[in-house]
Design a protein around this ligand. Structure first.
Ligand code: UDP
Length: 325
């Protein structure tokens, strides 16, 4: 049994990770300020004897050092997330994503914890390559467009983590998440699948931005969490950076059609210009597909659940949580 800290453990991915670590027999401390995380995400594990919840912010150095005390592994997932939130509040993005990571890395050097840093495919910016590998260039747009603050802030986190690895030998693994989806994800911060599914269940229309030709790959959170844990248990992964996601591309229009066919074939699609959805300063990424061979070679597996199964699971869970109300 290991003693683990999951920052952001009440968030969508963090709560699935917490649940899995507890199921594997570990002790888990969750630190979350419930800004985008939700207490109900931990409903199934809250009373678990090995689960400890601290309501506090990673921006509070005292809460951070209390949470780290006595742990052996740190999974740092707390961050300002979601393109919508980031575009609306760039100050919060920068303050949440940079200084607390540095504090946590410093604490881990003192405490000797193994460290997982959750990063994001946003670090590639708008690199035009068809598939992104970990050694590709980061290509951000201008600082006048707030979206890029997110990718830049997480890229700085990566630089910090790698610097602590090189300078102090901190055992750190960096995972770049690509569009992780699944039960408990909410659409309030812009994420497309929960938005489409909620819209479909409410009778439509599904709001596809621009012309819907943008491409993404969606991985089920359970597979993603499995990859994170495997990486943390693989010595060869230490000091490494890994894309974590599905490599099966789909356009947003096709995605909307797949959801419509599952919920109600009579539903309509409404095309909405970016400007109307996100404001004047917005720039989208037209294609985001990871090369996950580094991940697969290192841990022997990669997210591979077909999109149809992923969507079935999400639609089923949204429909049953709607009928609970
Ligand atoms: N999107 C959309 N309709 C929505 C929300 C998002 O068409 O209601 C598009 C968005 O423009 C982007 C894609 O779906 O091209 C994925 O958006 P999301 O915010 O889920 O993830 P990210 O942009 O970070 O990949």
């Amino acid at each position: 049994m290991a003693r683990c800290l999951v920052t952001g453990g009440a968030g969508f991915i963090g709560s699935h990770l917490t649940q899995r670590l507890l199921a594997d027999g570990h002790h888990v401390t969750v630190l979350d300020d419930l800004s985008t995380g939700r207490r109900e995400n931990l409903r199934d594990v809250e009373s678990h004897p090995e689960c400890r919840f601290i309501s506090g912010s990673i921006t509070d150095p005292l809460a951070l050092s209390e949470a780290v005390q006595g742990t052996e592994q740190i999974y740092h997932l707390a961050a300002a997330v979601g393109v919508k939130l980031v575009a609306e509040d760039p100050v919060r993005t920068i303050e949440t994503n940079i200084y607390p990571t540095e504090n946590l890395l410093r604490l881990a050097v003192q405490g000797g914890q193994r460290f997982y840093l959750a990063s994001t495919s946003e670090v590639y910016g708008k690199n035009p390559k068809a598939e992104w590998t970990e050694q590709d260039d980061l290509q951000f747009g201008p600082t006048s467009r707030p979206r890029w603050a997110y990718g830049c802030s997480k890229a700085i986190d990566e630089f910090l983590a790698l610097a602590y690895h090189r300078k102090y030998g901190l055992p750190v693994v960096i995972g770049r998440f690509f569009n992780v989806v699944g039960p408990r994800q909410v659409g309030s911060y812009g994420m497309v699948i929960p938005r489409f599914v909620d819209q479909a269940i409410a009778g439509g229309p599904l709001t596809v931005y621009d012309d819907g030709s943008q491409v993404r790959c969606f991985a089920h959170v359970k597979e993603v969490v499995d990859c994170v844990i495997r990486l943390m248990h693989t010595d060869a992964a230490l000091g490494g950076i890994f894309n974590i996601g599905s490599d099966q591309p789909v356009s947003m229009r096709e995605l909307a059609e797949k959801i419509i066919s599952r919920v109600d074939p009579a539903l309509a699609i409404q095309l909405i210009p970016y400007q109307q959805a996100y404001g004047d300063d917005f720039e989208d990424v037209s294609r985001r597909v990871p090369d996950v061979s580094h991940l697969a070679q290192t841990i022997g597996t990669k997210p591979s659940m077909p999109l149809s199964d992923v969507l079935d699971d999400i639609v089923r869970s949204k429909q049953s949580s709607d009928s609970d109300r």
